[in-house]
Design a protein around this ligand. Sequence first.
Ligand code: FE2
Length: 365
Amino acid sequence: MKSRLNTNKMRSLKRRGFDLGQTPDLPRPEQPTADAVQQAWLNDSAIVLPSLLNENIQKHAENIQNSHKLMQNVLKTAEITPFLEQAPYQERIQKNFFLVAASPEEHDEQGIEKIYFDAFEASKQDEVVAEELWCKGSWLSFHEEDASLRFRFSWGMEGYEDVSADPLKQAWAGKLCDVIFPESSIITQNGAILGYLSSILGKKPSFVERIVYFNAPNGGAQMHHDVERGHAGVVFAQLSGSTFWLAITKPKLMNEIISFVSCPQHQADIEAVLPQKEDRQVLIKLCETHDDLSCYMEEPDHELVEAIIDRCPAFIAQLVENGFAHSLEAGDVLLLPQRDLDNCVWHSVFTLGDTPGEALSFAVR
Ligand SMILES: [Fe+2]
């Protein structure tokens, strides 16, 4: 079958030392109608809102520049707090937050630093309104040539607390993100995004569990989902640089895996990423029933599937050919519905180009 994609211009997909082949330049999508956005969300499909943020990015050029500088300083020093205690951060933070403590996160190999804050209301005699809020900087991988990092905003004991159980703390963690990265309002005050999400959720959305990413060349994210109790999905905004995405709802991803694994033509590709015969046999067995495959994919270690979906260039080419790839340029938004474990958009990210780019990834509740 002849490819529907323009293969004249190809771009390399590289992530953490793995060469995942070449991808054709994807055609720019059209701006979807409000109806199409809602339908896509209800059908658990990822949808791109191209160039939606172009004007806002210009307005926030200085903030985006400051964030880039902060990222470079963190890269150089592997510290965050000293920079938050200087202009332009200190003054903005002090209006509503006390810096309580900073932890070097020695137990977490990817952790750079976690900074704890309490929030106070200046209009109420500085009354503390939310405690144990934090901003945590982390490396995105252990690979030496991947300089990607992220800043995550949340509260409480990481990995133990049900963060959705306290909407007030979630809201204040969001405000902490606003003061450190004021370009957050590109999402949170965007009329189009608020309009789409309000009609999908039936209420005004809150943007919680925020992450500010700096994806560098050779970086990105492996296939995963972001299902979390109380959250409906994720809004991703590319503010600088560009990224390549594979985004596909879990039932369709399972169909793609099953058809790939059972195709005689792909046996050599599978053998290249799963050299042990026993591993390939277990994978074939898992692919016999959707339930077994689905449960296996939810296990923290699902290496047999990861080998295919994250490291096999022929499988990635199949997803691209079947229409599950998106390229994001600065100004583009990607909506990722995350209904539940069985019906959520799994997604994987590659950095395109030679420079690190900033992106906002906010959960919606
Ligand atoms: Fe994600």
